[in-house]
Ligand binder design. Structure first.
Ligand code: ADP
Ligand code: MG
Length: 293
């Protein structure tokens, strides 16, 4: 199939045979970030039989640029064969994906129109005539969330995980006063703006990256941590002070890394993605005018 596809292009080298087009026969989990980002990912009757379906769709999603499309097309009732078990809703629950607008019978169905379709797989699903299903998702442009989350809480001590030693101090917001805000949030990495409203020198909104983490339950909060790395050099600590933070975009789920250097590398990627996205005027307006993006 790759050879046939390559025939549509003039030369058939492995690199750059047409501008931005390359043909690789590989597993999606073996692709490296520098081989992306991609404009679309399509699982054509393959997701259910992946070694680990959740890992595969996560890998593909994280290689896709904002505004790109992720499609899962799967035959689910092939007579005579065992039904593959597949829970797309569960796989995508913590991924930066939204139900996309899909065309059905010439009409455009807005994924948002369905009941609670946002973020749910059901809003993205269409059936085809031969027992197959197709889910169409979008990585939101600029990773923007449909609904921003506003948080206000005192900065508490962290857990000595050494954020500062990694060059990324994280102000831990008190989870005990943010239970309501946290209930609707996925565990993962967000970005937005933060400020210290009570400090007249630091009361301007600054870009930030926010990690909402789950850790084994201890006495405090709900076993959830909210850590805010502000992209600004404060030159001092501000434990005990009130911090305000507005989460506007969602980048990725909580992930396990093979080692510290991989973790720090991904944090630097998160910071770069956040810094770029937050230059967009819609985010500044969202925080200044108090509207959604
Ligand atoms: P802890 O484990 O106590 O959270 P960290 O190493 O994560 O310690 O450092 C976080 C503290 O560093 C914050 O509570 C805050 O007082 C201070 N700090 C200074 N600059 C920043 C910044 N740019 N972003 C977040 N925290 C900062
Ligand atoms: Mg911290």
């Amino acid at each position: 199939m790759l050879d046939r596809a390559a025939e549509l292009f003039e030369s058939t080298g492995t690199l750059g045979n047409a501008q931005c087009v390359r043909f690789l026969c590989t597993d999606v989990t073996d692709l490296k970030p520098y081989q992306g980002p991609f404009d679309a990912a399509v699982f054509n009757d393959t997701l259910a039989t992946e070694h680990d379906s959740a890992v595969a769709i996560r890998a593909a999603t994280l290689l896709c640029r904002p505004g790109s499309t992720v499609v899962v097309s799967q035959r689910l009732d092939d007579p005579g064969t065992a039904l593959p078990s597949m829970d797309v809703a569960e796989y995508i629950a913590d991924l930066p994906l939204e139900a996309a607008a899909v065309a059905v019978d010439g009409k455009t169905m807005d994924g948002e129109g369905g009941v609670a379709a946002a973020k749910t797989a059901s809003g993205a699903r269409t059936e085809d005539c031969c027992g197959g299903s197709c889910w169409t998702f979008e990585v939101p442009p600029l990773y923007a969330m449909r609904n921003k989350v506003e948080m206000r809480a005192p900065v508490v001590s962290g857990f000595g995980r050494g954020s500062r030693q990694m060059g990324v101090p994280t102000a831990n917001m008190d989870p005990a006063v943010l239970a309501a805000e946290l209930s609707g949030m996925r565990r993962g990495v967000y970005f937005g703006f933060a400020r210290l409203p009570d400090d007249t020198d630091q009361s301007a909104w600054e870009k930030c990256v926010i990690n909402v983490g789950q850790r084994p339950t201890f006495a405090d909060g709900d076993g959830v941590t909210i850590e805010v790395h502000v992209l600004k050099d404060f030159t001092r600590d501000f434990y005990g002070e009130t911090m305000e933070c507005v989460a506007l975009g969602y980048l990725r789920p909580e992930m396990k890394f093979a080692g510290l250097s991989q973790l720090v590398g991904r944090i630097m990627t998160d910071i770069g993605l956040a810094r770029n996205a937050l230059d967009a005027e819609c985010f500044t307006r969202a925080v200044v005018d108090g509207q959604n993006v």
